[in-house]
Design a binder for this molecule. Structure first.
Ligand SMILES: [Zn+2]
Length: 379
């Protein structure tokens, strides 16, 4: 107990006193270690949310804290090359660094593949900022370099990801981690169905051709989807570990992911109608109850439950599409309200519902009817 009190005093400090970097000695299962960075949240029980200079978030329980200290050095995010070098230490042997304007890409793939990823991510980044800027939403430049880790082999990816994401990572081709702030994936030209098509990977042109094939569309869309989450959480649109309703963050990620098979690079447009998601939503309509919207916005259950996830993602996409196109001003105001949410504070279903109604009107029945009429006309 005394230990906790000591740390609390240190962390809370004196009013108006600017503190530098905090160093917290932790005792965890894997042994003692020091986490250094800035404290984002100090919970009432003495738990701490700390962010280190590489952008990683540390949730520290009160009983893990052994010692706290602070120095005068101001907190500063790592520069891309420092961050790259630090990550090389954490990764298996054989990784290289490819940096672009906003990204640090760690890869053990060919250089051409890392460049393909860098170009795709930068295109998405620019598209994302342009899209919101045209809508009238001002976004911040990311405070930390955006990290993508790209494995050449699926097996190595799965092994590395298990610690962070659990065995679920094995079933997907890439993911974004809120904790580490990184997108992790593997070389898509190694995806079985593509390799079986008899392609050879190598030059940039070959990679482009291969990933522009219809079989690659879903794989590329997944990477775009995860990278969209990363940009959303680094541009001030959303805050990591804040209670952003999942239908909102997933709706936006799906909105951006829609592949464009006409493009030689597999992805170009933003906000095109997704035939897959629209089809999924239409198949859901016959069994869709009158309180479907309510259940989607009140909590995250339908999106998290694998049995209902596909329908819920489709509905989240359709709802986001509808709001962005039919009620952009109200939707942006709603997103701004959500962007103010602080980490580790969770809303109850009533609050979520009340915030939605405050943004879009009290009469959900009328809202839903207009939403369905809109979807009916979508082509
Ligand atoms: Zn997602």
């Amino acid at each position: 107990m005394r230990r906790i009190l000591v740390c609390l005093l240190l962390l809370v400090g004196l009013p108006g006193l600017v503190r530098g970097v905090e160093h917290i000695t932790l005792d965890r299962d894997e042994g003692p270690r020091v986490a250094s960075g800035r404290v984002l949240v100090t919970a009432q029980d003495g738990g701490v949310l700390l962010q280190s200079a590489d952008g990683v978030l540390w949730r520290i329980e009160p009983d893990e804290i052994v010692k706290c200290s602070a120095d005068d050095a101001p907190f500063e995010p790592l520069e891309p090359d420092e961050l790259g070098r630090q990550l090389l230490e954490e990764l298996p042997d054989g990784f290289n660094i490819h940096t672009t304007r906003h990204y640090v890409i760690l890869h053990d793939t060919s250089r051409a593949y890392a460049q393909w990823c860098g170009a795709l991510l930068e295109r998405l980044f620019m598209g994302f900022y342009n899209y919101w800027s045209r809508k009238g939403m001002k976004l911040d430049e990311p405070e930390f370099p955006l990290v993508a880790v790209v494995f050449a082999s699926r097996e190595a990816y799965a092994k590395y990801s298990e610690a962070e994401f659990g065995t679920l990572a094995d079933a997907i081709i890439g993911y974004y981690s809120l904790r580490s702030n990184r997108v992790t994936m593997y070389d898509l030209t190694g995806v079985e169905s593509l390799r079986n098509a008899g392609n050879r990977r190598g030059s940039a042109a070959q990679i482009n051709r291969m990933l522009a094939r219809p079989e690659a569309a879903m794989a590329v869309a997944t990477i775009i989807h995860e990278a969209t989450h990363q940009i959303a959480f680094n541009s001030g649109l959303q805050t990591r570990y804040a209670d952003i309703p999942l239908w909102v963050s997933e709706g936006i990620a799906v909105f951006f992911e829609t592949p464009d098979l006409q493009s030689a690079r597999g992805w170009r447009t933003i906000g095109a109608i997704s035939p897959n998601r629209l089809g999924q939503f239409r198949r859901y309509l016959p069994k869709r109850g009158s309180t479907s919207i309510e259940s989607l916005i009140s909590d995250d259950k339908r999106i998290r439950d694998t049995r209902t996830a596909l329908d819920a993602y489709a509905e989240a996409w359709a709802l986001s599409y509808y709001l962005l196109n039919r009620h952009p001003r109200k939707y942006l105001a709603y997103l701004r309200m959500l962007s103010e949410k602080k980490p580790l504070l969770w809303d109850d279903p009533q609050t979520r519902l009340a915030e939605f109604k405050a943004a879009f009107g009290d009469d959900l029945r009328e809202f839903d009817a207009d939403f369905l009429r809109y979807v009916e006309k979508m082509r």
